[in-house]
Write a protein that binds this ligand. Structure first.
Ligand SMILES: [Zn+2]
Length: 406
């Protein structure tokens, strides 16, 4: 293992290179990275000539080089154990921060070079983001929502973001922005992990309050992600103009309650939907009832067919949603009928665009961040190949060069 915290120059080549967008593939491709960015990407012979002698080279002739993966929905403050909320409440900030750094390392080792943290406590994810960016802690680039807005006693109240009324809403958005959040997260409906909170179908904010949250976030140039299971909350979030809807299960007071006109609006406005399929989605289906689960899963596919942009994310930190198995979450999309090449695109180029960093992340091209992943085999035909990680480079920092690379 190379510690590799210092950004270095290097050439990485592979028998197959996925440059993105749209899963464009180059045979025998290479990337030259320098100072955290990609300096050149293209045919290996050209890139090697440009690099000149003396630049370290890692060659993976049997592997695939692709942009690092983007997990758009994680909670680094939660431990993925049987009772993550109790774990959070019992931990001091110092303990929590150390655990978050460890979880960030696990994401990175499995090829996740960007993760969107959708709810922390006390700004800890922002602090970790900055430490990672400075090269002091290994981890993926983090986009942090800071502390999510919720109603008193509402979903994830224990993260510290309870607000009531317009003034408190403005103040909470301002506080997150001042703390350096990359986006604002709002709990538009109840959620499963909050014992005694509102049911998942129930809206937590009025449409006017959601519109205020979005307007305030916009005044700081921040996008908004809305957690919404219930149809009422989804409708209000779309009307308010959020940028992404997390879960989007269309849960009604009794059974599912889909609004086709709203699905069309989601598609037309380019609002991304992150189903937040846990790596344990198969187990979830068993516990939830397979038939009902399949109905829910099928709806995600149907939304995609109606033109809705899907966003892969694990909800890592929630019970059984571990930090080192993004690939199982990606297999959910295969289960609902997408092919591996489409899924790789969604998890790289597509996700970068959807979370607002498509200008510098998610492609192997000059000027983009040097976020690289090399795996054995071809993930464009066999998604499971993403489990055979050979190398991860995050922001120009190689984190896991493995024996056998030449
Ligand atoms: Zn979540």
């Amino acid at each position: 293992m190379v510690d590799g915290r210092d950004s270095v120059r290097g050439v990485v080549s592979a028998g197959r290179m996925v440059t993105g967008p749209g899963g464009q593939v180059l045979a025998d491709g290479a990337v030259l990275y320098d100072g955290g960015l990609i300096a050149a990407a293209g045919p290996r012979t050209e890139v090697e000539a440009q690099a000149g002698p003396g630049v370290p080279r890692l060659a993976f002739p049997g592997g695939t080089l692709l942009p690092g993966l983007i997990d758009s929905h994680v909670h680094l403050v939660l431990d993925a154990g049987p009772d993550p909320v109790a774990g959070l409440q019992a931990a001091s900030d110092a303990e929590l921060y150390a655990a978050m750094a460890d979880r960030a390392g696990r994401l990175l080792a499995t090829g996740v070079t960007t993760a969107r943290d959708l709810g922390d406590r006390g700004g800890l994810a922002v602090r970790l983001r900055d430490e990672i960016a400075a090269g002091r802690v290994p981890g993926p680039r983090l986009l942090s929502a800071g502390t999510p807005l919720t109603v008193p006693g509402g979903h994830c109240w224990f993260m510290g973001g309870e607000v009531e009324g317009a003034d408190a809403i403005r103040e909470a958005v301002r506080r997150n922005a001042a703390a350096g959040a990359d986006l604002i997260k709002v709990m538009a409906t109840g959620g499963g992990v909050t014992k005694g909170g509102p049911p998942v179908w129930q809206a937590q904010f009025t449409p006017a309050e959601l519109a205020l949250i979005v307007a305030e976030a916009r005044s700081f140039g921040l996008p908004v992600a809305a957690h919404a299971h219930g149809t009422e909350g989804i409708v209000a979030a779309v009307a308010a103009g959020v940028d992404s809807i997390e879960h989007c299960t269309w849960t009604g007071r009794s059974g599912f309650d889909v609004r086709e006109d709203v699905v069309d609006a989601i598609a037309a406005r380019g609002i991304a939907v992150c189903p937040a399929a846990s790596p344990d989605w198969r187990g979830f289906a068993e516990r939830f009832g397979r038939e009902r689960a399949e109905e829910m899963f099928g709806r995600i596919r149907w939304m995609a067919e109606r033109g809705v942009r899907l966003l892969p994310g694990t909800d890592a930190g929630i019970s059984r949603a571990v930090f080192d198995d993004f690939v199982s979450s990606l297999e959910f999309f295969e289960h609902i009928g997408l092919d591996p090449a489409e899924i790789v695109d969604l998890a790289t180029t597509g996700a970068a665009r959807a979370v607002g960093i498509g200008g510098d992340t998610g492609r192997l091209a000059a000027g983009f961040r040097a976020d690289l992943l090399v795996v054995d085999g071809d993930p464009l035909t066999d998604l499971a190949a993403l489990r055979s990680v050979r190398l991860v480079v995050a922001g120009g920092r190689p984190v896991s060069p493995l024996p056998g690379a030449s």
